[in-house]
Design a protein around this ligand. Structure first.
Ligand SMILES: C[S@@+](CC[C@H](N)C(=O)[O-])C[C@H]1O[C@@H](n2cnc3c(N)ncnc32)[C@H](O)[C@@H]1O
Length: 280
């Protein structure tokens, strides 16, 4: 798919003075939807940590595998929070290959991602893009692109892949995902990947610490969370729990790894994939 370079539109309030994670990530994945400031930052990261591109690819490959697992379990609705620019094997293409009637609601806060998503989704049935901040769950769930597309009585796979490290407040994160996890019908799933430093491999842990440090100079500083905290905020909740799919809370590269895909336990990002089970 050929998509033109993004043009800064003052109406979109694009801040070009600071690198933005959506566009840095796009650059890492080989996309064209980024600006000089994003590319310079990405090159700085790559100079310090040459294998960061593999991390982005491993994360993206995990997203594809998790979406296919949700489809195999019969889910046909997806809410993709912090969706970025849906170019590299986007969720709607994977879902529509399995079932043309599947529905995908993308949500992102970053203007270039939203503009590019709008362009990519023009003429595509069953997919929408909403410009919203995922930390305002009520606004996201009520938005026409979400409420008008997803049937809340049916299960939804809520995806939050490589985005929750931008939500820095732990309590807010827990409460937010209580809301998202329980907003839809029985059988709903949560799919998360999250940067971490409590990993066995010292190089991977150091890479994540360096990324955290480097992102302090960006529009959205990131923070990592360890496995115990992710369990507390996303898996074991007072009102519901996630029944984690095998192999549980592991590095994204190890989560149902397939031959020929990037990774092998070195991404430094945990996968959290589970079915939402209400507590009685
Ligand atoms: C690293 S990219 C990940 C994109 C995609 N989920 C993936 O894994 O390929 C993070 C995305 O989250 C978006 N984002 C960050 N904070 C957000 C927020 N509070 N609400 C909505 N989107 C957000 C960024 O704009 C960016 O597009």
């Amino acid at each position: 798919m050929t998509v033109p370079e993004p043009l800064p539109d003052p109406a979109d309030e694009i801040d070009l003075t600071l690198p933005n994670p959506a566009r840095v990530y796009d650059y890492m994945l080989g996309g064209a939807h980024n600006f000089a400031t994003d590319r310079e930052f990405a090159e700085r990261v790559l100079a310090a940590l040459p294998d960061t591109r593999e991390l982005a690819l491993a994360n993206r490959a995990f997203l594809g595998r998790a979406v296919r697992v949700c489809l195999d379990r019969g889910l046909r609705q997806f809410l993709d929070l912090g969706s970025g620019i849906p170019t590299a094997e986007p969720v709607h293409e994977i879902a529509h290959r399995a079932d043309p009637a599947a529905r995908v609601a993308y949500v992102d806060v970053e203007p270039v991602s939203v503009a590019m998503s709008r362009q990519i989704l023009t003429g595509v049935d069953g997919a929408s893009i909403t410009a919203a901040d995922l930390t305002d769950a009520e606004a996201v769930l009520a938005a026409p692109g979400v409420a008008g597309l997803l049937d809340p009585a049916e299960p939804v796979a809520v995806l939050a892949v490589s985005v929750l490290h931008f939500v820095r407040d732990d309590d807010l994160l827990g409460v937010l995902f209580d809301r998202y996890a329980t907003a839809f019908g029985p059988g709903s799933m949560l799919v998360v990947s999250h940067g971490s430093t409590d990993v066995d491999d010292p190089h991977t842990a150091e890479r994540m610490r360096t990324i955290e440090r480097l992102t302090r100079d960006t529009a959205q500083p990131a923070r990592s969370r360890d496995r115990a905290l992710l369990r507390r905020l996303l898996v074991d909740r007072p009102g519901h729990r996630l029944e984690l799919l095998e192999p549980g809370l592991v590095d994204v590269s190890d989560w149902r790894a397939e031959d020929g895909q990037p990774g092998a336990g070195r991404a430094g990002m945990y996968a959290v994939v589970g079915e939402v089970v209400p507590r009685r």
